[in-house]
Design a protein around this ligand. Sequence first.
Ligand code: PMP
Length: 286
Amino acid sequence: MSRIVYVNGDYLPEAEAKVSVFDRGFLMADGVYEVTSVLDGKLIDFQGHCVRLARSLAELEMKNPHSDAEWLAIFREIVAKNAVVDGMVYLQVTRGNPGDRDFAYPADDVAPTVVLFTQSKPGLANSPAAKTGWKVISIPDQRWGRRDIKTVQLLYPSMGKMMAKKAGVDDAWFVEDGFVTEGTSNNAYIVKGNKIITRALSNDILHGITRASVLRFAREAQFEVEERNFTIAEAQAADEAFITSASAFVMPVVEIDGAKVGSGTPGNVATRMREIYLDETRKAAL
Ligand code: PMP
């Protein structure tokens, strides 16, 4: 069955879904996106993704083309049309097609381009990787200075993922001024005793929706949460490490730059936080 893709109000077979070569998303990476997980046909952490989308658009002086209720209806429709049980909804909003190439933003009457598609991932929440954990390498963070805006300029994260693949590991952690910022497409954490440590929010990292939920659940479960910088050496010496993202949920990290973290197997805290996150967000899924 061909995927049904949403483009500016229409639900089309993917081969018929088209965007202009003058679209600013294509020419200038002038667009933002969100990835929302689907479990049992329902949207995980949907409200958080809506709030961040609105913020990303506002930071780029783009109007939000839809209310949260309209977004929810579109998300539900595309999940239904593609019969997604487990997987993801990808949403992208660009500054649209002004009909030519120009650095200046076009006038307000140029409509944004809105694209959504689904990715089916049967058994997404039962990923075998969660049982073995990820290995990561560290690489310099060479991204731009507004990583808090979820833009589609993902070339460096993509290069980072390739560096990880070539090194035979699962992902890369970015390091800037000696401290870990985040993973290529996830937030990074270490665990020491009862304490979960992760970098504080700023323009240096994406404000992960999974991060916000996991930290809330961690505090509720009586873990101590410390939002501060940490180094690769501190992470290698930690009891545990893990990452969070909308599609990987909570994923243990068992090796950093060739050094085992803890016993080199997924730790209790990461495993517990994964369970809590999946339980709680499934209950609240839309
Ligand atoms: N950091 C970066 C750089 C990301 O790309 C992502 C996922 N898109 C995250 C963190 C995790 O954010 P979320 O939990 O909202 O998926």
